[in-house]
Design a protein around this ligand. Structure first.
Ligand SMILES: CC(C)(COP(=O)(O)OP(=O)(O)OC[C@H]1O[C@@H](n2cnc3c(N)ncnc32)[C@H](O)[C@@H]1OP(=O)(O)O)[C@@H](O)C(=O)NCCC(=O)NCCS
Length: 288
């Protein structure tokens, strides 16, 4: 398929029978990243957002997901166009659909992320008015007992949404606005803090004055995500590893702003490896 060829593109909600085609799209568009099969049920049962596919001349060649996160903003994710059909305007059709979905749902802010080096993805978002909101760096450690000294055993779950909000909102500035889980950049707001408390992801160790969030939006067996951590960071990381081992997660992940140099220091000192390249989160605010 080359630019100028006439083809009919239809965007529509994904249907159950699209599963194999969408897995094929993902395997061709992002050969090193595959999770669509594992989140299929979650994505297709979303009644507020939408998992959409594009058909070119009757064949599914692309997918994209519009997700509404706890503060009411939209998260655009899993945008994939198979290489033979890239550069033909299909990505733009998805952005138009995302704008339509936002208007129909009363969503006033949309966000997406991409790798710092992904010029096409960034350029496409910019074309639709998205601007850089923040930059993050990833760190990861295999969940193997003993990799980090254990915590002193003082961490307790914080199930109360108000208490979780009081503990987590102060992280907003240092974390430059977002808490990251499964490469989903959640704005740090009271709505998110309550959501995390309800999902049992907030922990506190009053003795060492430490707070950490640990959890996963999906695929907890692949990775447990440290959203924010503060206080005694070695204690927080020791506790996070205990949780990862106990829950059978393969890895511990933490995405943090490069400006938080002490966080990076604590992660690296405890054996975490940094991702090769940083990630950017971009956002647009819709008019009225
Ligand atoms: C990123 C991706 C979704 C874009 O889809 P696409 O169908 O190829 O994009 P379109 O043809 O609709 O739009 C391309 C637009 O991107 C922008 N663009 C393309 N190349 C660019 C570059 N090198 N620099 C800056 N902007 C660029 C332009 O605005 C272009 O529109 P134009 O041709 O009118 O100027 C697709 O390439 C893809 O699936 N890539 C692999 C997976 C991926 O990276 N997903 C993104 C999130 S991780």
């Amino acid at each position: 398929m080359v630019k100028g060829d006439v083809m009919e593109i239809v965007l529509r909600k994904a249907r159950q029978e699209d599963l194999e085609s969408v897995i094929r799209v993902e395997s061709k568009a992002t050969p090193n990243l595959s999770y669509v099969g594992a989140v299929w049920g979650l994505f297709t049962s979303d009644e507020v957002g939408e998992f959409s596919v594009a058909e070119a001349d009757g064949e599914v060649v692309a997918c994209g997901k519009f997700t509404v996160v706890p503060d009411g903003s939209a998260w655009l994710e899993t945008l994939r166009v198979i290489p033979e059909y890239q550069g033909l305007g299909i990505g733009k059709r998805f952005y138009e659909r995302f704008y339509d979905l936002a208007r129909s749902r009363g969503v006033t802010t949309m966000r997406m992320y991409t790798g710092l080096r992904n010029a096409v993805s960034k350029g496409l978002a910019e074309l639709y008015g998205f601007r850089l909101a923040a930059t993050y760096r990833g760190a990861s450690l295999p969940c193997v007992q003993g990799k980090i000294p254990p915590s002193d055993g003082g961490f307790r779950l914080v199930p109360d949404p108000e208490k979780a909000t009081a503990l987590l909102m102060p992280f907003r500035g240092r974390w430059t606005g977002f808490l990251v889980m499964n490469r989903t950049f959640f704005p740090i707001t009271p709505a998110l803090c309550s959501h995390l408390a309800e999902k049992e992801m907030v922990y506190e160790d009053p003795a060492s004055g430490s707070v950490v969030t640990v959890g996963a939006r999906f695929l907890p067996e692949r990775a447990l995500h440290i959203g924010v951590l503060g206080g005694d960071m070695d204690q927080c990381l020791g506790f996070a590893l205990e949780q990862g081992v106990e829950r059978g997660a393969a890895r511990l992940n933490c995405d943090f702003p490069p400006s938080a140099v002490d966080v990076q220091g604590a992660l690296v000192d405890n054996g975490f490896c940094l991702t090769e390249s940083d990630f950017i989160v971009m956002e647009v605010h819709l008019d009225g």
